[in-house]
Design a protein around this ligand. Structure first.
Ligand code: ATP
Length: 226
């Protein structure tokens, strides 16, 4: 079976800045994988390459065997992304935003509504379905971004710091939702600054620093090594 993610000597430079400096990484299908690293390590750049927002300057990246550039559509359709920034249509009711997104990915309208309702229930904001995005609280916005990532029923869910700036209770609720998705077979790639978050959730963690993978191990192993 193909790995969910396979990176070989992946490189990206922005002018003089070497954001990714030869990353080799394999994320097994079905795993809960963490990407841990300080600010500027290259985590967001790596994710943007996977979803076609940034062009790599070298190496290879495959999603379930599909090259992210030459097989862009196939690779992209397997991924659901909950990004760090909220890049959402502010002015439409959130259920409509989800229906549009599903439609864009080829889901017929009647099914799109059912799916939108289902993911809104899953993340616990179904009662806000007719509200505009910019009228949601910060925590609800986080939940919505997760719902939007789920609308295409992705095989690889990428979460870029999904619990940054949320309170403890919401953090635990989001964790529960994500763990449940992983147990149903979705591969998860999660970036975080919090070692506790990685320890709590991940089977395996890669440490990224200055565009390189320094280590790949289970969280227990990393804690043991200090
Ligand atoms: P954070 O944890 O702060 O989100 P990160 O690990 O996601 O950091 P990146 O955002 O990938 O790191 O940035 C890696 C490096 O690439 C940084 O030095 C950053 O300044 C640089 N960089 C990122 N995007 C651009 C860009 N569009 N133009 C120029 N440099 C960039």
């Amino acid at each position: 079976m193909d790995a969910a993610l396979e990176l070989r000597d992946l490189r990206k430079s922005y002018g003089d800045v070497q954001a990714l400096d030869g990353v080799d990484l394999t994320v097994p299908a079905g795993s809960f994988f963490g990407l841990l690293g300080p600010n500027g390590a290259g985590k967001t750049t790596l994710i943007k390459i996977l979803v076609g927002l940034v062009r790599k300057t070298g190496g290879d990246a495959r999603v379930f065997g599909h090259d992210v550039e030459t097989d862009y559509r196939e690779a992209r359709d397997r991924i659901g992304l909950a990004p760090q920034e909220f890049n959402v249509d502010q002015f439409f009711p959130i259920r409509e935003v989800l229906e549009h997104k599903a439609g864009y990915h080829g889901v017929p309208l009647d099914q799109a509504r059912d799916r939108a309702d289902e993911v809104l229930k899953r993340v616990g904001i179904y009662d806000k379905r007719d509200t505009r995005f910019d009228w949601l609280s910060g925590g609800m916005k986080r939940r919505f971004v997760l719902a939007r990532a789920l609308i295409t029923e992705p095989d690889l869910l990428i979460l870029d710091e999904p619990t940054a700036g949320v309170d403890v209770q919401l953090r635990h609720e989001l964790w529960e939702t994500i763990v449940d998705l992983n147990q149903r077979g979705t591969t998860i790639l999660l970036t975080t600054h919090y070692i506790e978050e990685a320890e709590r959730l991940c089977d395996e963690v890669a440490i990224l620093d200055s565009g390189r993978v320094l280590d790949v191990a289970s969280p227990e192993e990393l804690m043991r090594r200090g």
